[in-house]
Design a protein around this ligand. Structure first.
Ligand code: HEM
Length: 499
């Protein structure tokens, strides 16, 4: 800050007009003004303005608050809150008080907040019975960072080159098994395919080999352990939780056997499991088999179902938009006439397809809300969010803000083409993969996978959606379409471009 600014700041400090005047002055002297700098000024308590309670969304019921509306359609309910109250408002779901932060500036504040203010670990305790003790959200934030950090080398460019080949190969096998024509329940099909890809890329070939021999079933039982009751009472001995715990033991046994065999044979494949077997904590300690299992399950859970759901929405939207689909196919002609095979390089050239995936991330983010527990009161603008509140951002709501995305309900991947580049207007305009210290580590993997899947499937098949476009199913933690969601396919008469 220049001396002039500091002097005026000092003079205005005691007046209620300080903030607005300071912003005007900063603008006049050409200092960048973004609301997060405003939030920082405010949260740094330079401002004497009296803090106010966060505005409350009206229309809640005694005891249950907005729960009925929220369960029916959380996105409509939260969007109404934004329209009526703006970027910050509070509401109750049963006994819990929530505050929604909406819009790029509010996201900026939210994602930058330190862990001792907005805390993820306190919210994600329901994952502990699945991921295990001492890892991820059962570890300190520093230890969790160290554990996930072991995986970064396994996501670098060299690994992505290999992953692109695996993704395309698995999709080709999958396509071959579909035959000439038929019908698939798309979410189920994408789930099967992404389990195969994720188990092979993110864990190891041996686990992929076990997918049909029990691993898929155990993984499915683990997934069923993520339910609404489990969110509040993860250790309650329900039937679903008991089968979750049995499945956890089966998966741990399988992974331990694979690790023992690798140690015995000296096999050293280039995958996540091996990266973790080689890794050492800062104090020199190796990871236990149970820690390795927990970290692998963390990544698998974070990355597989979300990818299956976004792959499903991408297919559905492309089928519904024939003119854009034609553009994607033209691009495939250009790329694969020269390249022949699906590779990291060829997928990078498929910009039209990439923008279709991005538009589906915007319109159908698989995680429609991200939640943190407020551990210490936080001040955003003139408002104080008290400790104990659950602070939320909703990608599904924020991606429909008309001042950020033009005509927001429309599927329009062209919005990402230059010069509009609507996603680049603000770092946190598009937040389907989160932001800040908990930003998704698998975003590039996910994009690569979705592009590889749809490149192969569009090359092989013509696709038809005979029913109405499905509504989102908000009953699940990861928001896919209502099922069944049947897509008809027929093998294309044109020769395949893609091997
Ligand atoms: C379409 C697919 C995916 C979507 C939509 C997605 C979305 C997200 C989002 C929104 C977050 C932030 C959660 C929060 O702030 O509370 C996140 C975190 C995470 N994602 Fe993804 N993800 C996807 C795929 C993947 C893949 C493929 C991997 C693994 C390679 C992965 C690994 C993770 C991990 C480990 C975290 C936790 C990071 C942390 O808390 O530090 N995700 N993801």
């Amino acid at each position: 800050m220049s001396r002039e600014v500091r002097r005026v700041v000092g003079t205005l400090h005691a007046t209620g007009a300080f903030f607005d005047a300071a912003v005007c002055l900063l603008r006049r002297v050409g200092v960048e003004h973004r609301s997060h700098s405003v939030a920082t000024l405010r949260s740094a308590q330079l401002l004497p303005r009296l803090a106010k309670a966060v505005p409350e969304l009206v229309g809640g019921w005694p005891l249950i608050g907005h729960l009925p509306d929220f369960l029916r359609d959380p996105v409509s309910m939260l969007s109404r809150g934004w329209r009526e109250k703006g970027e910050l408002f509070r509401f109750r779901l049963g006994p819990r008080e929530f505050v929604l932060f909406t819009g790029p500036e509010a996201h900026d504040f939210y994602f930058r907040a330190p862990e001792d203010q907005l805390n993820a670990k306190a919210v994600y305790q329901f994952t502990v019975p699945i991921f295990g003790r001492g890892v991820a959200y059962d570890a300190s934030p520093e230890l969790m960072d160290e554990q996930l950090g072991f995986l970064f080398p396994a996501l670098r460019e060299a690994a992505m080159i290999r992953f692109a080949r695996i993704m395309s190969e698995e999709t080709r096998w999958f396509a071959d098994a579909l035959g000439e024509e038929g019908e698939v329940d798309l979410p189920v099909a994408m789930n099967e395919l992404t389990v195969r890809i994720a188990s092979r890329c993110l864990i190891g070939q041996e686990v992929r080999d076990q997918v049909d021999a029990g691993f898929a079933e155990a993984y499915h039982d683990l997934q069923k352990g993520i339910n609404t009751l489990g969110f509040f009472l993860p250790r309650l001995p329900t039937t679903a939780h008991r089968s979750r715990d049995r499945a956890r033991r089966r998966v741990a046994d399988l992974f331990s056997r694979i690790m023992s065999e690798r140690r015995r044979s000296g096999a050293c494949p280039d995958d996540f499991m091996q990266a973790l077997m080689h890794a050492r904590y800062k104090d020199g300690r190796a990871l236990s088999d149970d820690e390795i299992t927990g970290i692998l399950l963390t990544v698998l859970f974070a990355g597989q179902h979300t990818s299956a759901v976004l792959a499903t929405w991408t297919g559905l939207e492309l089928v519904r938009a024939p003119s854009y689909l034609a553009r994607v196919r033209d691009e495939m002609q250009d790329v694969y006439r020269e390249e022949g095979a699906v590779t990291l390089a060829s997928l990078k050239r498929q910009v039209a397809l990439e923008h279709a995936v991005r538009e589906c991330e915007r319109l159908h983010p698989p995680l429609i809300m991200l939640i943190r527990k407020v551990l210490k009161p936080v001040r955003y603008g003139d408002h104080i969010v008290p400790a104990g509140t659950l602070a939320m951002v909703s990608p599904a709501v924020s991606h429909r803000l008309p001042h950020v995305f033009a005509d927001p309900e429309r599927f329009s991947p062209e919005r990402f083409d230059p010069p509009a580049c609507e996603d680049k207007q603000h770092q946190y305009a598009l937040i389907g993969f989160g932001g800040g210290k908990h930003v998704c580590m698998g975003k590039h993997f996910a994009y690569l996978q979705l592009k590889a899947i749809w490149t192969v499937l569009l090359d092989r098949f013509d696709l038809y959606l005979d029913t109405v476009f499905p509504a989102p199913n908000y009953g699940s933690w990861v928001t896919g379409p209502e099922t069944p969601c049947r897509l008809r396919y027929r093998r294309r008469s044109q020769a395949s471009l893609v091997q």
